[in-house]
Write a protein that binds this ligand. Structure first.
Ligand SMILES: Nc1ncnc2c1ncn2[C@@H]1O[C@H](COP(=O)(O)OP(=O)(O)OP(=O)(O)O)[C@@H](O)[C@H]1O
Ligand SMILES: [Mg+2]
Length: 459
């Protein structure tokens, strides 16, 4: 049972809402003015229905006051018919939904149901938030709490979400958390990596194809959007989507309809889109590589994940989590090892930390994790190659490399320097750097990801 507060000076509307709410097993408080409504806004209230036209304090002002007092509370606003501007204002001021007068009871009922449903889920999220843990996401720093709040707000909607952040910051984990906390949780979560699909097959992969659409299309095949019907599609590395597929995706985002490759019939799929990228889409748009209209369609709700170096206070908790995940919950970590981890900048973010912890568990065998069990790069100061000859570098790197894996360890380090240099010369442009190096962009991006380097995506 929930408690709703109805603020309206028209007794018939209050009466209608009370009937409807009580009919659904809820309780209702009514107030004829904003002032009285605000006075009645106790912590027990789960929902507010608010008329914007009130004697005394007007509804929009009241809405802002309510949002200040109880930012988590859904407010349904009632506006006069044809006053679109007020409705827009109300939504901008944080109203959950608006309905117009004359009030259609079915519409009111469904708005109330959705608002209460949101309350229920947000409380669930809040519980995890307090524990600094949401769907496997660890984070108690303010930056991550902000992220959790956003997840809590979007998971009860069907809004398209774009998750941005450097490589390894947890974009996919966030997408999964949104899905798992949404009403689509029991349906598929369909991850699609837009960068790894061969260019000619992107469209067929996403939207399917009809038999005979191209050589090799021996039978009709539904696409990933169809497969995810009712669920969530995770478009990873959405910045790498080739232009023709961008056009089709845009069309799909507009009305959730599409045609299979080689087909004419318009089909629909009910899916929620969560996209992710570690590239700066605005920059791609400016460079003409990305459709501006698609950018806006994707950018409905943006969640930006902070790099780990900006939230190092989460490191101890993350380490504990990774030890626990690996079945080493009680394993000791020396103070010095933790200090080393806190001093490091983690260019590869949480993924790099996770790998470091997993490796340290192996190297430390039964004992506590000590600094020497951590990757050598953690021990070094930035730019630690200055003044050393190539021969000295190779000697030092070889000495620091783990036994039996020296080739990869040493090669990685000079490759990283090379990639860094090429990117710096190209002012961060992946295209220019890959041309210069004579490797393709996908290869370059893979290397950058591996080495935790950033190019034009972030500056
Ligand atoms: N907040 C977090 N709490 C616990 N583990 C996390 C968190 N964020 C990320 N991880 C872990 O870090 C690793 C990388 O996360 P994820 O794959 O989601 O990153 P990503 O941003 O998608 O990276 P990329 O851009 O390289 O694809 C995973 O093992 C994930 O479980
Ligand atoms: Mg990812």
């Amino acid at each position: 049972m929930s408690l709703a507060l109805v603020i309206d000076d028209e007794p018939t509307i209050c009466w209608a809402f009370r009937q409807m709410l009580e009919g659904r097993g809820h309780r209702a408080l009514v107030a004829p003015t904003a002032e009285e409504g605000l006075a009645a806004l106790t912590p027990e209230v789960d929902l507010v229905v608010l008329d914007v036209r009130l004697p005394g304090m007007d509804g929009l002002t009241a809405l802002r006051r309510i949002r200040e007092k109880r930012p988590d509370l859904p407010v349904i606003v009632i506006t006069a018919h044809g006053t679109m501007q007020t409705a827009v204002e109300a939504i901008k001021s944080g109203a959950f939904e608006y309905i117009t007068k004359p009030v259609d009871l079915a519409e009111a009922e469904s708005a109330v149901a959705r608002a209460l449903e949101r309350r229920a889920v947000s409380a669930e999220v809040a519980k995890h938030q307090a524990e600094g843990d949401l769907g496997g996401l660890v984070g108690s720093t303010p930056a991550m709490q902000e992220v959790f709040k956003k997840i809590g707000a979007v998971c009860v909607t069907d809004a398209t979400v774009i998750v941005t952040g450097e490589s390894g910051t947890g974009k996919e984990l966030v997408a999964r958390a949104i899905h798992a906390n949404s009403k689509r949780a029991k349906k598929n979560f369909e991850p699609i990596n837009c960068a790894s699909l061969p260019e000619g097959l992107v469209e067929s992969e996403l939207f399917g194809h009809e038999k005979g659409a191209f050589t090799g299309a021996v039978r009709t095949k539904p696409g990933r959007f169809e497969a995810a019907n009712g669920g969530t599609v995770f478009l990873d590395e959405v910045g790498d989507l080739p232009q023709p597929a961008q056009a089709k995706l845009l069309r799909f985002l507009e009305d959730r309809s599409f045609t299979r490759v080689g087909g004419t019939e318009r089909l629909t799929a009910d899916v929620r889109i969560v996209a992710a990228t570690n590239r700066d889409l605005r920059r791609l748009v400016a460079d003409g590589e990305y459709r501006e209209d698609l950018y806006y369609r994707l950018n409905v709700v943006a969640i930006t994940l902070p790099p780990l170096r900006d939230r190092k206070a989460d490191v101890p908790r993350l380490v504990a989590r990774f030890l626990q995940d690996g079945g080493h919950a009680g394993k000791a970590v020396s103070e010095a090892a933790l200090e080393t981890m806190l001093a490091y900048d983690w260019p590869g973010n949480i993924r790099e930390l996770r790998n470091a912890v997993e490796q340290a568990v192996v190297l430390s065998r039964g004992g506590p994790i000590l600094p020497e069990h951590l990757p050598p790069r953690l021990q070094q100061k930035a730019g630690g190659t200055d003044g050393e000859s190539a021969k000295q570098l190779v000697e030092r790197w070889l000495a620091e490399a783990p036994e039996g894996a020296a080739w990869d360890a040493v090669s990685d380090r000079w490759e990283k320097l090379l990639v860094e240099k090429a990117l710096a010369d190209a002012k961060g442009s992946l295209s220019a750097a890959s041309r210069r190096l004579g490797i393709n962009r996908a290869t370059l991006r893979r290397k950058m990801e591996r080495f935790g380097l950033r190019g034009e995506a972030e500056t």
